[in-house]
Design a protein around this ligand. Sequence first.
Ligand code: NAD
Length: 441
Amino acid sequence: MSAAREPIGVIGTGYVGLVTAAGFAELGSDVVCVDIDAEKVARLNRGEIPIYEPGLAELVAKNRERLTFTTDIAPALERARLLFVAVGTPPTYSGDADLSAVNAVVGAMPASDRHALVMKSTVPVGTGANTKRLFAEQGKSGFRYVSCPEFLKEGTAVADFLAPDRVVVGDDGDWAGDAVVDLYRPLLVPDEGGNGPGQLVRTDIASAEMVKLASNAFLATKISFINEIANVCEETGADVVEVARGMGLDERIGPKFLNAGIGFGGSCFPKDVTALKQLAGNSGYHFQLLNSVIEVNELQKRRVIGKLEKHLGGLVGKRIALLGLAFKPNTDDMREASSLVLAARLQAAGADVVAHDPISGEVAKPMLRGVELAPDALSAAHGADAVVLVTEWQEFRDLDLADLRAAMRGDVLIDGRNALDGEAAVAAGLRYEGIGRTARS
Ligand code: NAD
């Protein structure tokens, strides 16, 4: 633990809030964490971590004395000037971001010349301007506003917080923006007085808000692009893994986010892409490209069904095992996971679905009615006509494919993440098909 620094409040103790709180505590701040979920706060006070995130339990335990968990906003306002907002902004039916939790926080702020809201939640461009207008109407114009979007990735959130690529601070050039930069200083590049590696982007509020939405939309576009290339590879005999390797070596393109698969999910990409599309539409601009990104992603989740039908000659009464449920490895987050669409489509087509996930089984259970949950991969594969790799957890990469084949009734292995060794699968007696690669048997 480092020397004491400015105390802060963090409102919302989910994936972003809890990591932010523990991260700033590690850098030396006392942090008052506020959440409306009394059960979650009680668990945190008992030393339990309500989410699965590698390294988070250790970081919270290490900095326990600097962390307070409460349902009451008052101690945060009393002890801190900066109130980081990390409440959820899920999609509404229209696809716009639901700002009700953000608005509840804004509404709970008192008139004050001493405080600032620091928005970490992903919000539409214009939220900062609207909040400042609201503060002015309510006689709270002294309350400052800073946009500080979060870029951490579930599964590596702690490491991402402590070693950010960039720190984006959008503000009105006042004390609050300076104070946020000071808090992040130890994580900034030496030019900014820190030890790195974070590049500081200090800008206006609207641009900071847009950096977040545009970044997620761009990454989602890259995924949908390589998925379409994969689909064309399947028609033309090329191998998308080879294609992506060749493309990624071009430094203008880069190798990341070029893994073809069964589509993106999670709590951010689907909702943020849709929210940006809606934001554009609401301001009179038709964001054509994002429509395609979303549509390609929806269709991609369903392509596995076609592969299974082709190999099994129909799905009625077939037993299909899904390996992995979480939207990506090393998280228990099931929000918008491709597995949910896949399981529902398989059931609708008459298949029996069994699944195993190393971590997210309990979280997934209520979302997967009629899906049998198995205690491990081989139990899931037991008696299955086909196995589908949905989430590329390391333990699935390490599976002995001969054991997998021996457990199954059938011999079809669909590798939805191109994470397994196709030749080893064939050698083990499996009919193997990845995404964007020639089927092997
Ligand atoms: P989450 O659902 O895990 O956590 C949100 C928390 O806020 C919950 O604990 C909830 O009880 C609490 N909350 C709701 N209303 C509240 C209120 N009025 N007062 C206090 N607490 C309240 O959400 P998350 O995944 O941490 O995401 C939070 C925000 O950060 C979202 O806008 C999201 O888009 C953005 N974001 C998320 C990630 C990610 O990987 N999860 C990454 C970057 C940005």
